[in-house]
Design a protein around this ligand. Structure first.
Ligand SMILES: [Zn+2]
Length: 396
């Protein structure tokens, strides 16, 4: 940045854009098209080209926009990536969660740190990229429904593959206090539905009790959890070092004296290696299909067990040599590498060969919480990083 004044402008602009972004109520699963239109408009005015991808109902939108390099000797493109959805709000906020409120050195609002802060910085900085003589493309990737098991990003990734955008450096601006995150576990979420046969509780043998079969299924999961511990990789960088498994809820039954004909179980696993997820699902499906289901069908042939995949967020694996991490280290002077326990879209980009790092403003401590905030200084640090990228993307 050439003058102090200029950087002040950038910061003010990032706060203004973040305020606008928080105003769009983009809770996961809901229509985010107004926010996408807003981002697209800013970037198009700067000369960016863009395309959109959608969910089946065309209600939720991913945006991928590009500021083209003005040079022919291209360096690898950079993808600035953020999810546009936010988690729902519970009661107890001291401010309106969908109205940005600055108090002291913090800006409050749902999505302020997770992760509209990063998107705001990228959009505030975009005019500088568009004016600079860049020798690489800068892409902006804004997805829907990351918080519900990354439902949007895979649709975008498919389109990137079709368009042959499989090379580059991707920065996922999830809140890490601008620290470099180079690995996380996968996050696979499922709901398993049990259908049995209702009846009077005084004759349990005449019905198929969905709640009881679901309980057996849950017990199997807990048994398999121990097996996952035995499979801990020797060189695991995670804490805990093994793949985890957790039951999120069991829902079924209508009364004390009625045999429950329906029950469902919400559960998730966080594999340290892909093979653990495959092992777990194979063992579980075998138990459901070869043990539980035949028992259920003996009494009621239309009984069923169905496992729905809510989302399978692939893990983000540490790479010995990562161009993305090296770029950030060179710009910030921070050579540390950390792992986190939350999932991101990073593994999806990594899977198609894009060097990826998770690094963004704000702290995960404030994410998903009542009175979510971002410390304003974090926005300044993020703008500094974006400025470093610009300097790194100009050949003299
Ligand atoms: Zn997030």
């Amino acid at each position: 940045m050439s003058t102090e004044n200029n950087s002040d402008n950038l910061f003010d602009n990032s706060v203004k854009i973040l305020t606008d972004l928080i105003g769009f109520k983009t809770i996961s699963g809901e229509d985010n098209s107004e926010l996408i239109n807003y981002c697209d408009k800013i970037l198009k005015q700067l000369g960016a080209t863009s395309f959109r991808t959608y969910d089946d109902e065309k209600k939720r939108v991913n945006l991928f926009a590009t500021l083209k390099s003005k040079n022919s000797n291209n360096k690898k493109p950079i993808i600035l990536s953020g999810h546009t959805d936010v988690v729902p709000v519970s009661k107890g906020w001291s401010t309106n969660p969908f109205e940005a409120t600055v108090k002291g050195d913090k800006l409050y609002g749902r999505g302020s740190c997770d992760m509209k802060g990063f998107i705001a910085c990228a959009l505030a900085y975009a005019p500088i990229y568009s004016k600079s003589n860049l020798d690489r493309d800068i892409h902006f990737s804004f997805t829907f429904d990351e918080e519900t098991a990354c439902q949007g990003a895979p649709i975008l990734i498919e389109e990137l593959k079709k368009r042959n955008i499989k090379d580059g450096i991707c920065i996922i601006g999830e809140p890490t206090n601008m620290k470099i995150i180079d690995a996380h576990k996968g996050c696979y979420e499922y709901t398993t539905y049990f259908k049995g046969l209702a009846g009077h509780s005084s004759a349990p043998h005449k019905g198929v009790n969905a709640v009881e079969y679901a309980s057996k299924y849950v017990n199997k999961l807990i048994e398999l959890r121990e097996k996952l511990k035995e499979r801990t990789p020797k060189d695991s960088i995670f804490n805990p070092p093994h793949s985890t498994l957790s039951i999120g809820g069991i829902f079924g039954g209508i009364a004390h004296n009625v045999i429950a004909d329906k029950c469902h179980v919400n559960w998730e696993t966080r594999p340290v290696v892909k093979e653990d997820a495959i092992f777990l699902n194979q063992e579980l499906d075998k138990y459901a299909n070869e043990v539980l289901l035949p028992e259920m069908k003996k009494i009621f042939p239309n009984s069923s067990i169905e496992k729905d995949i809510i989302g399978e967020i692939v893990g983000f694996d540490r790479e010995e040599k990562s161009e993305a991490c090296e770029l950030i280290s060179n710009l910030t002077g921070d050579n540390s590498r950390q792992v986190v326990s939350f999932g991101t879209e990073a593994g999806l980009f990594q899977e198609i060969g894009i060097s990826t790092v998770v690094c963004g403003p704000g702290s995960i401590e404030q994410a998903h919480k009542i009175d979510e905030f971002i410390v304003l200084d974090e926005l300044k640090k993020c703008i500094n990083l974006l400025d470093g990228i610009k300097n790194n993307s100009i050949s003299n």
